[in-house]
Write a protein that binds this ligand. Structure first.
Ligand code: F6P
Length: 319
């Protein structure tokens, strides 16, 4: 049986371990593995190649994805989706694994409703914002990149009597921001999901400054679009000289952590086992309460992800 793997949307650490597991597992089970290069763009342009062992040798520890990824505007048009499907058929590929985020799964849901597909999705996005799964590949590695940056920024903030505002990624979701704020001991965290009580918090910080606080760390999720506002608030209302650091795309890079490697193996094995035992699945592997399950793609794309309440509650306790 010919099966393929591809990445779509923002790259995430853990994609390479998943690709390696896919190829090794396929050979072990006597299947024929294909790699789709360059995401949905590559699917349209037939950048589909038979995988060999040497393609995946020495990639386990590498961030990003060796088969590249893309965000495809063309895939929104039916004629290109039809071409993509034809390419899969031309290679006799009957199963497809897609590593991607919310947007990619929406595209796959559309694709699978139009053509007879057998695909399984694996959640992979540093944003960790896919409904139905508590974990997406890349989240832990991104958190560790942010932790490393915040530990360093705290060193200079405390040495120089300053506040630092650090903007982190996450698109519309504040998951990366809140976990980073909790684990780096930030005093302020501003995310789209929770009201920013600037007056209350400002009063508390000002009191602390009066009693000797000489620096502060504020984490702002990019999705709030409030970086400038929080900067002015720290500087003017709280009264701390403030610097801004926008971490940007370094959050997407870095060697996958042990957690991301192990999760990649598990997600891939569940995806493969399912693909090889079904001929019309269109499901996503999810991680819930310590276990891997498969749920319908429609369920994944029909609701918005919600950050666990215990994390949201923690925002009011930060200091
Ligand atoms: O979805 C992953 C992500 O890194 C988001 O956190 C961020 O908003 C977006 O992708 C950035 O996209 P691009 O790499 O296209 O600028």
């Amino acid at each position: 049986m010919a099966i393929a793997i591809m990445c779509s949307g923002g790259d995430a650490a853990g994609m390479n371990p998943a690709i390696k597991k896919f190829v090794d597992y396929a050979f072990k089970s006597g299947e024929v593995p294909y790699l789709v290069f360059n995401g949905l763009e590559g699917l349209i342009d037939d950048e589909i190649r038979l995988a060999q062992h040497k393609d995946v040798a020495g990639i386990l520890h590498r961030g990003g994805t060796i088969i590249q990824s893309s965000r495809s505007k063309r895939f929104f048009e039916y004629e290109y989706r039809e071409k993509a499907f034809q390419n899969l058929q031309d290679h006799n590929i009957t199963g497809l694994i897609v590593l991607g985020g919310d947007g990619s799964f929406r595209a796959m849901e559309r694709f699978s409703s139009e053509f007879k597909l057998n695909f399984v999705g694996i959640p992979a996005t540093i944003d960790n914002d896919i409904h139905g799964t508590e974990y997406c590949l890349g989240f832990d590695t991104a958190l560790n990149v942010i932790r490393d940056a915040l530990d360093k920024i705290r060193d200079t903030a405390s040495s120089f009597n300053r506040a630092f505002l650090v903007e982190v990624m996450g698109r519309d979701c504040g998951h990366l921001a809140i976990v980073s704020a909790m684990t780096s001991g930030a005093e302020v965290c501003v995310i789209p999901e929770v009201e920013f009580k600037s007056e209350e918090l400002g009063k508390r910080l000002k009191d602390e400054v009066q009693y000797g606080r000489n620096y502060a760390l504020a984490i702002v999720a990019e999705g709030t679009k409030r970086t400038q506002e929080v900067y002015e608030w720290l500087q003017e209302s709280v009264g701390l000289e403030t610097r801004v650091s926008i971490l940007g795309h370094i959050q997407r890079g870095g060697n996958p952590t042990v957690r991301d490697r192990l999760m990649a193996f598990d997600f891939t094995i569940v995806a493969m086992d399912h693909l090889l035992s079904s001929d019309n699945s269109n499901k996503v592997v999810v991680f819930q309460k310590g276990e891997f399950r498969l749920i319908e793609i429609q369920e994944v794309v029909s609701s918005k992800y919600e950050i666990p309440k215990r994390y949201l509650d923690a925002i009011n306790l930060l200091d």
